[in-house]
Design a protein around this ligand. Sequence first.
Ligand code: DX5
Ligand code: ZN
Length: 331
Amino acid sequence: MADGRARVAASILDSDLSNLAYAVRRVEAAGADRIHLDVMDAHFVPNLTFGPRTIKALRRRTELPFDAHLMVSEPGRFLDEYLDAGCDSITIHVEIDEDIAPTLERIRAAGRAAGLSVKPRTPLSALEPYRQLLDIVMVMTVEPGFGGQTFMKDVAQEKLLAARDLLSHKPYGGEVHVDGGVNRETAELAGGLGVDVLVVGSALFAKGHDMGREIRLIRALADEGYQYTLNGGVPPIPRDRMVTFASLPKHLARQLMGEIEASGVPVVTLRGNGQINPDGVRDYDLLVPASAEAFVVERFTDARSASEREAEAWRVEFIAEHGVIPPPSHP
Ligand code: DX5
Ligand code: ZN
């Protein structure tokens, strides 16, 4: 798993379409964080690529997450097939005539991330009615339909930062994707506009390019852009870094974990190596993603203090009732 903040999703649209399985293995070996699957129906866009059956066949070839980008007029019609094919996220276009909300709800009901993509000439405000149903906002910086086109800087500057606001209901896990014309020349600008996921296609498959180096470069340049444009020169928090928010006896740790997870922030509980309780069991540590720490501290500091007081009372009560049980001695 890559360090840093930015993630690279490799689009296989410009790979050798006669050997997609090889393309998937190649981008995985080169260090891509996920696979971006461009589905086109020759109706919504003037191109035809592949559908859910191809995706299902590719699903066995890699563990990497699959981001489906559906450039189709009727995504709702085949949605179950895409879910069954093992897509981890499904992004549809806001410009379709089909009803959008029910499709986003079905994607989320299946436990996948739901996204909306917006063409260059469509205003971001078109996504407003669906704000609460979004996990992903995908900003197209080329006219959808083909790889190898030029990145539209003006569109990126107009929409990428603003797209974050559409995900403000998610304290953690909301993603802004940029798709179209991303390469080492444009990655820093995109990173400086706060994107989480950079979709990269032709730049990876260009002859003579070392794919692994391209991915590392694009990721590093995006983080550099973020660091110096948005983060006051401070390196961004690595996406997967976890920090300890609390240490509590097991039953109270579980309780507080439930409260925090109900807010949309994932929590990992691990038996800590701190305080041993009167029941002989050490406190459990609650770990949260570093990028969500500020939100958790603001929202759950009081709950943590209450749990710590409750823990103290429980320890006193336990000792009164059972005395102190020594921890199990390891042979
Ligand atoms: C275009 C697709 C993009 C494309 C990206 O409609 O949605 O994902 O494959 O390829 P490049 O990086 O070459 O623009
Ligand atoms: Zn795409």
